[in-house]
Design a protein. Structure first.
Ligand SMILES: Nc1ncnc2c1ncn2[C@@H]1O[C@H](COP(=O)(O)OP(=O)(O)O)[C@@H](O)[C@H]1O
Ligand SMILES: [Mg+2]
Lengths: 313, 254
């Protein structure tokens, strides 16, 4: 559905994104994860046809965004970083205006507005002026605006930023409720957001894709991480070698007396791992199963950036 | 076409219901009203004076309506940029520009829709000024045809100010800067007439006279409508709307 190939955007002498390539299939919900300044918004602005890339191409439904802008934009609902609202307009009038811009057929406008209003639970404020709404409501109007043309593709740029925890939970469940109806790509710098709503994630940092994985592997089991603390360092080398020889283990990292093992997380694998570790020379102190490897990847990525920045100063 | 209508109607309502428009409309009617009253009193005094030449219809047109429309024109040089100031600059500032630029519409749709909105609001202001001749028609006889030709000139020159104000609005995010730029553009139009006077050679003089807005407007005010004048105004208006369209298009290729 969405195909991005060798996308590069240079602002002045600064590369915001660097040779980005990825594909998103129809119906997927994909999290676009990265720290601030990673290039998430820049990528989305190019996919939505807001601005042209320096080089590379973006396609939606097989059509190039910059060769057939009008046709492509009909398929997209887009929530920019700042919701594109007119403060003086009433919510319903605003949605009607957007529906007309998106060339929703005249006989469908009413139905589509009602759909967007109820999907975002805005019915009770439909006749209020946007400037009088709270931030959470305004964000929902922003999402309603993206939904109102019932587009095939939804592109949401940090839909939960600046909201309080309750509002964040609401937006998350809204995105969950939209699964299956649209192909969704949304950006965030918060890890738990991706875990709560996505089937797949793309981690981007300094304009490059760092990691590109499905949260659900083919077998239906997600990748898991076990952290083990040992008391006998001399026995650890043998244990690491043994763990690495197991087929379902992806990687083993040694951190002092701690081992971080990531593997394909099926229950039979956990049983086998615990047996191997418990019977080894290293001596088991503790054994804990982490949620999955995403957190590790993300923390490593962001902390690396911080230490690098620190080194520059 | 539908997008043009949607944009034009949205912006028209936004301007008409804004305090800025209310203030401008109020000030304009106050200024024009008092100015017109003074002109009427002066005209009545002069025509009752036996030393003046007789006061036919044409005289009334020259003494009252030409000065009314010229005066409205002068006010518009400053008022129209205040009407058009937010048309594009505010979209940029409020980030709603992102919506327009990612909608399945062309830059031409945006430029034309916004021009129509600004022009529509200006027609409301012009409508206010029609009140004075209507009032006068109860007391005096005059030629409506000649007056309407003068108004056609006013409508055309106003549309030109709208196009220039729109261009100014597409250049900046600040509405203050947008007003100032718009006024400067309008003044430059009028100052260009000076070039006609200093031009040498008959061909050059003819050319500068043709592109001189005051000359073209004055022909309409006298009651002579020419195809040349119409073509002049329409082509200059289209040219500046086109420049605005280029400005919008340029933001996509930064
Ligand atoms: N209009 C712009 N002009 C210059 N630099 C920009 C502009 N927009 C973004 N950048 C830079 O490009 C990089 C990526 O920005 P952005 O795509 O907004 O990141 P994110 O959305 O992931 O926070 C940042 O370093 C940012 O400073
Ligand atoms: Mg961003």
């Amino acid at each position: 559905m969405i195909k991005v190939k060798n996308l590069t955007k240079v602002y002045g002498d600064r590369k915001a994104i660097d040779n980005l390539s990825f594909e998103i299939a129809k119906g997927e919900v994909v999290g676009f994860l990265g720290p601030n300044g990673a290039g998430k918004s820049t990528t989305m602005k190019i996919i939505t046809g807001f601005m042209a890339p320096t080089s590379g191409e973006a396609m939606i439904g097989g059509e190039d965004v910059f060769e057939n802008p009008v046709a492509v934009k009909k398929k997209i609902g887009y929530l920019p970083e700042a919701p594109p609202l007119y403060p003086e307009m009433k919510v319903k009038d605003y949605l009607k205006f957007v529906a007309e811009l998106k060339s929703v057929p005249a006989d469908k406008i009413k139905e589509y507005i009602d759909y967007a209003l109820s999907a975002t639970q805005l019915n009770e404020v439909a006749h209020r002026r946007i400037e009088n709404l709270s931030k959470g409501f305004r964000q929902r109007v922003g999402i309603a605006q993206a939904l109102v043309s019932q587009p095939e593709v939804l592109i949401l740029d940090e839909p939960t930023v600046g909201l309080d925890p309750n509002q964040v939970a609401e937006i998350r469940s809204l995105i969950n409720s939209l699964k299956g109806k649209h192909t969704i790509i949304f950006s965030t710098h918060i890890l738990s957001e991706v875990q709560a709503t996505c089937e797949r994630y793309i981690i981007i940092n300094e304009g490059k894709i760092i990691s590109h994985k499905s949260l659900v592997s083919e077998a239906g089991a997600s990748q898991k991480v076990i952290k083990t603390l040992c008391f006998n360092e001399s026995g650890m080398n043998g244990l690491v070698a043994k763990l690495n020889s197991l087929k379902f283990v992806n990687s083993v990292k040694v951190n002092g007396k701690e081992l971080i093992i990531s593997f394909e997380g099926e229950s039979s694998h956990i049983a086998e791992l615990s047996k191997v570790i418990a019977t080894s020379e290293a001596g088991l102190v503790s054994f804990s199963i982490e949620q999955d490897s995403l957190e590790d990847v993300f923390i490593k990525l962001t902390s690396k950036k911080e230490s690098k920045d620190g080194g520059n100063q | 076409m539908r997008a043009i209508k949607a944009i034009a109607w949205k912006d028209f309502k936004t301007i008409v219901f804004s305090p800025t428009f209310f203030i401008i409309a109020f000030l304009c009617s106050a200024i024009w009203g008092s100015n017109f009253m003074r002109a009427v009193i002066q005209f009545a005094y002069q025509s009752s004076n036996p030393m003046q030449l007789g006061g036919g219809n044409l005289n009334l047109h020259y003494n009252l309506f030409v000065s009314l429309v010229s005066f409205v024109n002068i006010i518009f040089i400053f008022a129209i940029p205040a009407i058009t100031m937010k048309l594009i600059s505010e979209e940029k500032k409020q980030k709603s520009y992102d919506l327009l630029l990612t909608s399945p519409i062309t830059s031409t749709d945006i430029a034309v829709g916004k021009f129509v909105a600004g022009f529509g609001v200006s027609l409301l202001l012009i409508g206010i000024t029609l009140f004075y001749p209507m009032l006068l028609s109860f007391f005096a006889k005059f030629s409506w045809t000649v007056l309407l030709v003068a108004y056609a000139g006013l409508v055309l020159v106003t549309a030109l100010y709208v196009a220039l104000g729109l261009l100014a609005s597409s250049i900046t995010q600040s509405s203050v800067l947008s007003v100032i730029l718009g006024i400067v553009f309008n003044l430059i139009l009028w100052l260009m007439a000076q070039a006609a006077m200093s031009a040498k050679g008959s061909a050059a003089v003819e050319f500068f006279e043709y592109i001189s807005v005051p000359n073209q407007l004055y022909a309409f005010l006298k009651g002579t409508m020419s195809v040349g004048g119409l073509v002049f105004f329409l082509s200059v208006i289209i040219f500046f709307v086109f420049l605005t369209q280029r400005m919008i298009e340029a933001t996509r290729w930064r």
